[in-house]
Design a protein around this ligand. Sequence first.
Ligand SMILES: NC(=O)c1ccc[n+]([C@@H]2O[C@H](COP(=O)([O-])OP(=O)(O)OC[C@H]3O[C@@H](n4cnc5c(N)ncnc54)[C@H](O)[C@@H]3O)[C@@H](O)[C@H]2O)c1
Length: 284
Amino acid sequence: MGIKQVGVVGCGQMGAGITQVCAQAGYQVLVSEISDELLNKGLASIDSRLNRGVEKGRLSPQDKESIRNRIKGTTDTTDFAACDLVIEAAIENMDLKKKIFAELDKICPKHAILATNTSCLSIIGMAMATSRPDKVLGLHFMNPVPVMKLLEIVKTIATSGETLEIGQTFGKSLGKTIVIAQDTPGFIVNRLLIPYLLNAVRMLDAGVATKEDIDAGINLGLNHPMGPLTLADLIGNDTVLFIANALYDEFKEPQYAPPSLLRRMVTAGWLGRKTGKGFYEYNK
Ligand SMILES: NC(=O)c1ccc[n+]([C@@H]2O[C@H](COP(=O)([O-])OP(=O)(O)OC[C@H]3O[C@@H](n4cnc5c(N)ncnc54)[C@H](O)[C@@H]3O)[C@@H](O)[C@H]2O)c1
């Protein structure tokens, strides 16, 4: 089956990026949001990234126009009726995702593949809300989607070999390098990343070193682009806590148990860059 028309549910941080890379790869893309205001905000973020590409000489004005012309927005899910593949990138909430999958299952053609960009929720749980669990898989893009080279493809126990193959071909057509993981919380990247971030918080809480020195140790000692506490602030401390809880619920291993400092920071609203304060302070 060839994919021509791609649908994306949600035009937030990830949905907008996914929409952009699909249109850049030549697909027709329909992206949905819950209101015109949020749709326009998401589309404006794509426009500004494309404009930056033109300014920096990475993209010709004609290419920008044709990429933009391949993107259409909607607030009506029934418009997904012509999609061969729909990628769900709504907020990380299982009840909402199950509802979206059940709706898509009714609207989309029988051959359509339904994918989720979830970071840690059970993909088989979403698949079972449809009548086509064999055609459901995870396409877990990294943030920012247009920049990051990796795509984690997640297969559930019910994903068919054909669906996986189509997912791989599609991911490669976006220029991404693919790794394949089983449907367990955190997949490959977050299952390794989250305990590392939690250990940095534990280290800070235990007074082993200052936040600046913990970050500099990793930044300069291991040549990572940023240290763990800076990274946690960038991801969002609430998101780190959410994924840690999902990992702990599944595996019950102490390495995934969120430290109380992280919980207290989230309670205080110190979520990182997005709230102007996390481990560090940011100018809004
Ligand atoms: N942010 C990251 O770094 C990252 C990385 C990988 C995966 N993810 C996953 O991607 C998904 C989206 O995350 P995000 O950071 O883009 O969140 P976000 O809050 O920026 O965007 C989600 C968007 O979905 C919209 N939405 C909610 N319900 C909808 C519906 N029924 N129909 C259409 N749109 C709807 C919201 O209005 C919002 O704009 C989550 O599952 C998240 O776990 C996030």
